[in-house]
Design a protein around this ligand. Structure first.
Ligand code: FAD
Length: 465
């Protein structure tokens, strides 16, 4: 029924679809060509369902490319979707070493890019989705709603129609703000703020060398950036956290259940103790403003006490949040804390889970009151930092099975993520020995976001940098 040009429909065809209430001839639209969007495309291909994959960036894995210099902490065997593997191998592709920890750039070059090539013009780059709704239905109108095609409006103004939407648009482009209360700090929009994991020792070196940098955040992205900055000899470093001590970031040192986490914390503590890194605790970023060539950053804690630091650069390592605004005319059921679906929230709560302990979940946990719309991948986790590609791959396997009407397969959700296998610090160390990463830091941690295999409520949880 589609006209063969990337899933668009003529108005005559659309009239027929609307009058019969049968949208099954329309393509499924996948939003975002990251690892999970491309995995969805692989499952749709295997199921013989027509689809169109819309990617805002000018390459596949556009968000992954932003952290291309970072080595991930889960080995290849957990980073390749099963349907994608089957399609690629049928095309003559050879999978990379199962135990290797790829960088973001390797993830694109050795997996995502060859996968996208299999889909030809079903993948449209430079196609940013601005809004989605149901044709002829705002959020309030009910009668006949589920039979109406989805309407997808691109930022170019072009409109497309779909039978279902798999939204894998991620959270990378919507980082959390610097402001300590979740609101932007006063003046924040007018000041240059770098977001987590800049390539301090590579492409971004000139931005930091010889300058004074403030890193805000208490997670492992902050720790990784701080240790990288500490390698630039003539660079001044200040680290600001809301907590009264950095104990959570330091972890348990030699006694830590995870050697890599302990080692990272021990090195960080040594830099703080030696004065190489200046630590500001109880720092609640309230205002940022230009001051000559630098930026003045003012903390105001809940009691009104102020501290001020003036720096050249700010790195905000405060996490990410989902942007559901493009789906604001759809009926979403969002958890008030995390911004995931409410059914998923207790399964991914970072107070209870690390990435390796999230239970398997699929279409039932991802469904919204709006039938046919599914947010998947890291976006589905909202603000929870416990997402892994492997969980996203199982999500899209289940969701695509449901779209195909195969509810038995959709509900047979499985995920085998051994806690110590998917986020293995040992692998990072073994790999460093194999390739001799010239980080000067054992464990390869400079380029490896620190995994958490176990987590307590006081840790705050997290996996992914
Ligand atoms: C530094 C870092 C390290 C990580 N390490 C690991 C790891 O070791 N193991 C692991 O399993 N996970 C890891 N993760 C977590 C997670 O697996 C990745 O973030 C992964 O890229 C998420 O895949 P995704 O497809 O859901 O989203 P993304 O990779 O973020 O892809 C989203 C895509 O959607 C596109 N897009 C956004 N908005 C629109 C729009 N409006 N219209 C069209 N396209 C749009 C973006 O350009 C992007 O290409 C890591 C994450 C980070 C940031």
């Amino acid at each position: 029924m589609s006209d063969g040009c990337c899933g668009t429909t003529t108005s005559l065809e659309l009239d027929q679809l609307v009058s019969t209430g049968d949208t099954s001839a329309l393509p499924v639209v996948v939003i975002g060509a990251g690892p999970v969007g491309l995995a969805a495309a692989a499952h749709l291909t295997e199921r013989g369902l027509d689809f169109l994959l819309l990617e805002a960036g000018h390459q596949v894995g556009a968000s992954v490319a932003q952290w291309g210099h970072v080595r991930v902490f889960s080995p290849w065997k957990y980073n390749i979707d099963t349907a994608a593997r089957r399609l690629l191998e049928a095309d003559g592709w050879t999978a990379p070493d199962a135990d290797w920890l790829p960088t973001g750039a390797e993830l694109i070059d050795d997996y995502l890019a060859p996968l996208a090539e299999l889909f030809g013009d079903k993948v449209r780059l430079g196609s940013k989705v601005a809004a989605i709704s149901r044709l002829g239905y705002d959020r309030v109108r009910t009668n006949g709603r589920e039979d109406a095609p989805f309407l997808i409006r691109l930022d170019s103004g072009e409109e497309l129609h779909a039978r279902a939407i798999v939204d894998a648009s991620g959270t990378y482009t919507t980082p959390n703000v610097l402001g300590a209360s979740g609101l932007p700090a006063h003046g924040e929009p007018g000041v240059d703020v770098d977001h987590a994991l800049p390539d301090v020792l590579g492409a971004d070196r000139d931005r930091y060398a010889g300058r004074h940098t403030l890193v805000v955040g208490a997670g492992h992205s902050a720790a990784t950036t701080l240790l990288a900055l500490a390698q630039l000899e003539d660079t001044r470093i200040t680290w600001a956290i809301r907590a009264g001590s950095a104990g959570r970031t330091y972890g348990g040192g030699d006694a830590d259940a995870l050697p890599a986490r302990g080692a990272l914390g021990t090195r960080l503590r040594a830099h703080v103790d030696s004065g190489r890194i200046r630590l500001l605790t109880g720092f609640f970023t309230h205002t940022v403003r230009r001051n000559g060539d630098g930026v003045e950053v003012i903390s105001r804690d809940p009691s009104g006490h102020e501290q001020t630091v003036t720096v050249d650069q700010i790195v905000s390592a405060t996490g990410y949040r989902p942007d559901h605004s493009m789906a604001s005319e759809l009926r979403l059921d969002l958890d008030p804390v995390l911004g995931s679906t409410r059914a998923l929230a207790p399964l991914i709560d970072p107070n209870q889970h690390s990435c390796g302990t999230v239970p398997p979940h699929g279409v039932d946990e991802l469904a919204h009151p709006e039938p046919g719309y599914y947010a998947v991948g890291v976006k589905s986790y909202g603000r929870a930092p416990t997402f892994l590609m492997a969980t996203g791959y199982e999500q899209v396997r289940s969701v695509v099975a449901a779209i195909a009407g195969d509810w038995e397969a959709a509900r047979d959700v499985r995920l085998d993520l051994p806690e110590t296998g998917v986020c293995s610090s040992n692998l990072a160390e073994a790999q460093e020995q194999r390739i001799g990463l010239a980080t000067g830091i054992s464990g390869g941690l400079l380029a490896t976001p620190l995994p958490l295999a176990t987590v307590s409520a006081s840790d705050g949880g997290g996996c992914c940098g």
